[in-house]
Design a protein around this ligand. Structure first.
Ligand SMILES: Nc1ncnc2c1ncn2[C@@H]1O[C@H](COP(=O)(O)OP(=O)(O)OP(=O)(O)O)[C@@H](O)[C@H]1O
Ligand SMILES: [Mg+2]
Length: 319
């Protein structure tokens, strides 16, 4: 008679249990993988038909400095995408690739489905008329007055013969940014906020489909910064522009952004709505959006100057 307590020599695995076990392990692995993606790299798989601008696997190196590390990104038409991230993380480098002012070390860039990163400057010239670029710092030409600054991109791309037409164009663009009447002013007679608005008028001179704004509110007081935010919103709702806004200013990012992307160490570590970013689990995202100094930053400060007082002379403290 068989002993009921004896351990069977060849215990058979129940196929149902094996199946359930494998299923649970796959679920756990996929969840872990998803969490890992949440906190390390939110770069999504994009194909060139996904957006008006598509960057596929973009890597950019300056000699040994790796600035963009296999970034893939699709910019949705008619929406405002905001790019945030610490100083020097590659935000300006990223948007300069979108207009092929910089070429990638590897990867591909598409505008409306056509590859642009491998085009000659001549071929790019036509494509660039679809873009307006508000450079970091405004970058108006000091030797040109406001009118000449605004007409600069127009003359670059088209032969301007009709002077009254160009006057009308300048007037209309300046009116859009609340600066009509300043046509004959030179940049050194304008405040920082006025310069930004003129630079914005210049960026929209060619009725671009896409506007790239690099730090549009930096250096402005909160009221003037908000005027720029309102202008960005107005251009989007009125003319249906696609916008990409690089900023450090989280108030501006939340106000104008349909989508916010954070760059860190050459990768996109967060990508989503303002709510997604506010609740993002990555500590670097939280530090950045809350303006907190990390232990790493403090360590760099400690290493770079052990005693700050030694950097000043006694006369710096004299009354
Ligand atoms: N033309 C260039 N040649 C060499 N290095 C460059 C060039 N342009 C940018 N870099 C380097 O690439 C890195 C990223 O620069 P980038 O201007 O994109 O930073 P950023 O995120 O826009 O910073 P900020 O917020 O201060 O404007 C920096 O280390 C910068 O020195
Ligand atoms: Mg920059």
């Amino acid at each position: 008679m068989a002993d009921k307590n004896a351990i069977p020599k060849n215990r058979e695995w129940n196929p149902d249990f094996v199946g359930i076990g494998v299923f649970i392990i796959i679920c756990l692995m996929s969840k872990a993988n998803q969490n890992q993606q949440d906190v390390s790299d939110e770069t999504q798989q994009v194909c060139k038909d996904d957006g008006i601008i598509v960057m596929k696997n973009i890597t950019k190196r300056f000699d040994h400095l790796l600035v963009l590390d296999n970034v893939s990104l699709a910019i949705e038409a008619g929406k405002t995408t905001v790019v945030i991230g610490p100083s020097g993380c590659g935000k300006t480098v990223l948007i300069k690739h979108m207009i092929a002012l910089l070429r990638p070390s590897s990867g591909e860039i598409y505008f409306k489905g056509d590859r642009i990163d491998n085009l000659s400057e001549n071929q790019l010239s036509k494509i660039r008329t679809s873009y307006g670029f508000l450079f970091q710092g405004g970058a108006l030409f000091d030797s040109l007055n406001v009118k000449e600054n605004i007409l600069f991109p127009v003359k670059q791309h088209y032969k301007v013969t009709n002077h009254s037409g160009s006057d009308d164009l300048v007037k209309m663009k300046l009116a859009m940014v609340g600066m009509d009447g300043f046509q004959n002013y030179y940049p050194d007679k304008l405040s920082g906020g006025q310069k930004k608005r003129v630079a914005l008028a210049r960026a929209i001179a060619l009725n671009p489909e896409v506007i790239l704004y690099d730090e549009p509110t930096t250096g402005l007081d909160p009221i003037r910064a908000d005027i720029i935010n309102e202008l960005i919103l107005k251009l989007k709702s009125g003319l249906g522009h696609t916008s990409v806004v690089v900023t450090h200013d989280m108030k501006s990012a939340y106000k104008v952004g349909d989508r916010i992307i954070m760059l860190h160490h050459g990768k996109i570590i967060a990508d989503g709505t303002a709510e997604h970013i506010k609740n993002h689990p990555h500590p670097k995202v939280q530090q950045f959006i809350n303006g907190e100094v990390s232990e790493d930053d403090l360590a760099v400060l400690r290493m770079s100057g052990s005693d700050l007082r030694s950097q000043f002379l006694p006369r710096d403290f004299e009354e």
